[in-house]
Design a protein around this ligand. Structure first.
Ligand code: PA5
Length: 441
């Protein structure tokens, strides 16, 4: 790997918070990072993610790759079942690193998702699509009791067993769950499925570097070793011994908290490459579930530019001045496409002929940044040298570390999610689930 790395640029927040203000918070950020590393902060029984990149051993990587290769050889389609932290990391990486039209091409296996909603039509359509095709299932649930994936698995397991028989179905199903607890662990043991463990001390939204993310990513044909290498680099680059001014995660965490204190209550993660759409979805869960508690926390929103400049762009430019933007940019595209010259020039685009499409995109990005900053929207910019496994691994770990630091600066427990239980209690009572008879709604 060359020396190019992800860079963080906060120049365009200085009209809103000064460099001095940011530096005045250096000790606070360092202290938060120390608490993460020393394990003496809130939620310290969920810090297993912190050193995941550097602690993944070769035998685990080998086992994941071998299992992925087996699924790849047996299946045209692999259904990844999971919700929230049990699917978004894999989906984010797979979408970021796959060709835009791979699903229409003959690339195999095709990865599809289930268990992330309770749409009856979705399940019907998926089931119909799978009929007559050779498919396998990766069933992911840490608790092993989540309703959405459990429902999807029950339906698809039956379909698979009816299609290929119980014995072959067993070889096409992999379960990723808790080491000892939960219905999925029991079922996997009884059926003899290949299993991987989600460590006790890693929460769902921080699990992309466990088999939860790595197995589906490997099945998609993505180089997990390089993905992990990028995360290892960022683990070192954001460690507690790195000075504040050199630690991008600490600077990002401080900057966003200072903006929040100034009334910038919403952070919009923007990209100029549609492949980042699900990275944004993953990021929204990471920050929303980690920080939105005790009636505080920045609201994480996202847009895909330039697409959403033709819709949400109006709001961002002239709506309520309570937002700031964090833009993910890629310095160099993978491919080269130039604007062709046209003799008639009826569309008036000849002034761009010979220019790369990415040049047009970069000018859109710069023009947007200037307009939004002028319009009162502070701008943080994260640049990846290229869109590849290594930099995506580094990017996701960067956001995880920054989230831990940011949550501690905000003085919440970034590693729990008590609020997600409220709807479940009501739903179970309404569904008359045994044990919920006495819940009053
Ligand atoms: O981040 C989280 O903890 C959640 O999003 C969970 O991952 C999600 O609710 C799925 O839970 P489980 O893996 O237990 O099915």
């Amino acid at each position: 790997m060359d020396n190019k790395q992800i860079t963080l640029n906060i120049d365009k927040v200085f009209n809103f918070v000064s460099g001095e203000q940011i530096f005045s918070q250096a000790n606070r950020a360092q202290e938060a990072n120390f608490r993460l590393e020393n394990g003496n902060g809130k939620g310290n029984d969920f810090l297993g993610w912190l050193h995941l990149p550097s602690s993944i051993d070769n035998s685990t990587i080998y086992d994941i790759q071998k299992t992925a290769d087996l699924l790849r050889s047996k299946c045209e389609i692999v259904v990844v079942i999971g919700i929230g932290g049990s699917y978004l990391g894999a989906k984010a990486v797979i979408e970021a690193l796959s060709g835009a039209f791979d699903s229409l091409a003959e690339n195999r296996p095709l990865i599809v998702y289930a268990g992330h909603n309770i749409g009856e039509d979705y399940l019907y359509e998926l089931s119909t699509f799978l009929a007559g095709k050779s498919f396998g299932i990766i069933n992911i649930s840490k608790s092993g009791t989540t309703t959405e994936p459990a429902l999807a698995f029950r339906i698809l397991k039956k379909q698979l067993e009816e299609a290929v028989g119980k014995e072959d179905a067993r070889n096409r199903i992999v379960a990723i769950t808790d080491a000892a607890r939960g219905a999925l662990r029991t079922l996997a043991g009884k059926e003899g499925y290949k299993t991987f463990v989600i460590p006790d001390n890693v929460g769902g939204r921080f699990s992309v570097l466990t088999p939860v993310g790595l197995l589906p990513i490997a099945v998609a044909g993505i180089d997990i070793k390089s993905f992990i290498d990028g995360a290892v680099f960022m683990e070192k680059a954001t460690g507690k011994d790195i000075a504040f001014e050199n630690n991008p995660a600490a600077i990002y965490a401080v900057t966003r908290n200072l903006l929040y204190q100034q009334g910038k209550k919403t952070e919009i993660l923007a990209n100029f490459n549609p492949k980042f759409h699900y990275v944004s979805e993953w990021w929204k869960q990471l920050y929303g579930e980690s920080e939105g508690k005790e009636h505080k926390g920045i609201f994480p929103a996202s847009v895909d530019f330039t697409t959403d400049l033709h819709s949400m762009g109006q709001w961002i430019q002239e709506g309520e001045r309570t937002v700031f933007e964090t833009v993910i940019s890629v310095a160099n595209p993978k491919y080269h496409v130039e604007v062709p010259k046209d003799e008639e020039d009826l569309d008036g685009l000849n002034y761009l002929s010979g220019k790369r499409v990415d040049y047009v995109n970069k000018m859109a990005e710069l023009g947007t940044q200037i307009a939004h900053v002028d319009g009162g929207v502070p701008n943080i910019r994260i640049e990846l040298p290229e869109l590849n496994e290594y930099y995506v691994g580094a990017l996701l770990y960067f956001f995880e570390r920054a989230c831990g630091i940011s949550g501690y600066i905000l003085d919440v427990n970034p590693f729990d999610q008590p609020g997600v239980e409220a709807y479940k209690k009501n739903m179970f009572a309404l569904l008359k689930k045994p044990g919920y008879e006495n819940i009053k709604i």
